[in-house]
Design a protein around this ligand. Structure first.
Ligand code: GDP
Length: 441
């Protein structure tokens, strides 16, 4: 796993008009590129310097920029890097990017390529890389905290500790095998190994038990709005979307105006999903999105079952196992039918605050303990499940006197831990993880 030796560049700030735009470069050609673009020599390392950028071909001035020269290995990627803080106009950006693209040995970066280089040069482990991706994607305060903890090594630290202890246990188990002709030495070593890996197994089990909250916080607490046709699902979702001040990203649906709304309910990420769009005939392009929404509905954390006046109070079988709250709709037309937990009118807004408060309360319950969970992704959970299974097998092997098998299972457990931080078996996950990044990170 080595870097290609190319020098890459990309706009690291957002698109659109802005005061400042940041372009970053990484790779062995960064120095030459900056020297070519600047009139005058390279700035002192890690010192911001106001310089004029010029077109390398014509010498025409392009912009005035704050230039940073960040020589490796003490840089984000571990390579020579530079940053150009230019004016954030569309034409300025285009001109500077064009000038860079014209320099020999430079090319535009792929999504996540800077971070990939940071990983390959050993500056970050894989769980920190995921933490960074989550931090960039974080939409609520709770998500930001969780992502930052992971970036800072909350998971990597636990994994390193478990790994070290299991390597000790493995060494003891192997010593036991070496001294198998001296019964008491062998027995003492294997008992000591067992004490260690049982303790690690218990800790891993505790983390697995709260894995759900960490994953839920990362993805958002999902509230599905379901009910018979015309119960008022879409109208309610739109009313919630208008009311909830901090809508993060309304996804424009194709069959209806909105099918999913991500909200920040007092710092907690809550996603409302309208199942109305699901029942409508879908053209093939939409089917992928609809399949995803259907899966979300099945995996919902809470279902709001809407009943219009005169409607059925019983949820249908398509829903998963999530708790159901019965919400009577169109309260302006008729009083709530018996069996409703809550009554609202999307038209007048009556009852919406109570509904939002209820959802917020359920989300808070569902995310309890998320602040301490270190498992935030299925990838981590699967690796730790493998660790737990290997340790359980090791315990069983020891119990029936198969010390070699116990040692082999300890080796497998150590290997599974290594997958989390990217020490082993890393190739298969790299493209998936780095592909989620934006360009310029
Ligand atoms: P869906 O099929 O469950 O998504 O239902 P819609 O949201 O499309 O609503 C069905 C009909 O009920 C529409 O004509 C809405 O305007 C109407 N409707 C929805 N909510 C209310 C409400 O709170 N009060 C009144 N009076 N009409 C409503």
């Amino acid at each position: 796993m080595v870097n290609s030796g190319d020098t890459i560049f990309a706009l690291a700030s957002g698109f659109g008009r802005a005061g400042i735009a940041v372009i970053r470069l990484s790779g062995p050609g960064s120095r030459g590129a900056v020297e070519t673009l600047l009139a005058g020599g390279l700035p002192a390392p890690r010192r911001a310097s106001l310089r004029r950028l010029r077109d390398p071909g014509t010498g025409e001035p392009l912009d005035q920029a704050l230039v940073l020269w960040l020589p490796g290995p003490a840089s984000f990627t571990g390579e020579d890097q530079a940053e150009l803080h230019i004016h954030g106009g569309v034409a300025v950006r285009a001109a500077v990017l064009r000038a860079l693209a014209g320099l020999p040995g430079l090319r535009a970066a792929e999504p996540g390529e800077f971070t990939r280089r940071a990983f390959l040069s050993g500056r970050m482990d894989l769980s920190a890389v995921e933490g960074l991706a989550d931090l960039i994607d974080a939409e609520t305060e709770a998500q930001r905290r969780q992502a930052f903890r992971q970036l800072e090594g909350a998971l990597a630290g636990r994994v390193a500790d478990w790994r070290e202890r299991l390597v000790d246990a493995l060494a003891l188990a192997e010593a036991g095998l070496d001294f198998s002709d001296e019964a008491d030495v062998a027995e003492a070593a294997s008992a000591e190994a067992a004490a260690i890996f049982h303790a690690v197994g218990d800790e891993v089990g505790m983390e697995l038990a709260r894995a759900g909250t960490g994953e839920r916080l990362r993805e958002g607490f999902v509230v599905v709005i379901a009910g018979p046709p015309n119960a008022g699902k879409s109208t309610l979702l739109n009313a919630l979307a208008r009311r909830e001040v901090a809508i993060v990203s309304p996804h424009a649906g194709t069959t209806r105006d909105v099918i999913e709304v991500r909200c920040d309910l007092g710092g907690l990420p809550v996603t409302f999903v309208d199942t109305a769009g699901l029942r409508e005939a879908a053209d093939p392009v939409e089917q992928e999105g609809i399949a995803r929404t259907r899966k979300r509905a099945r995996d919902a954390d809470l279902v709001l079952w809407l009943l219009a006046p005169g409607g059925s109070a019983e949820p249908d079988g398509e829903l998963g196992a999530a708790p159901v709250v019965r919400v009577a709709t169109k309260r302006d037309l008729a009083p709530a039918p018996p069996g409703a937990d809550l009554a609202v009118s999307a038209l007048t807004g009556a009852g919406l605050d109570a509904l939002i408060a209820l959802v917020r309360e359920r989300a808070e319950l569902g995310l309890t303990g998320a602040g301490d969970a270190v498992i935030t992704r299925e990838r981590h959970r699967r690796a730790l499940e493998d660790v737990a299974a290997a340790l359980a097998r090791a315990a069983e092997a020891q119990r029936i006197g198969h010390e070699e098998l116990a040692a082999e299972d300890l080796r497998l457990a150590v290997r599974a831990l290594g997958r989390i931080t990217g020490r082993v078996d890393v190739e298969e996950v790299l493209d998936r993880i780095f592909g989620q990044f934006c360009i310029g990170k």
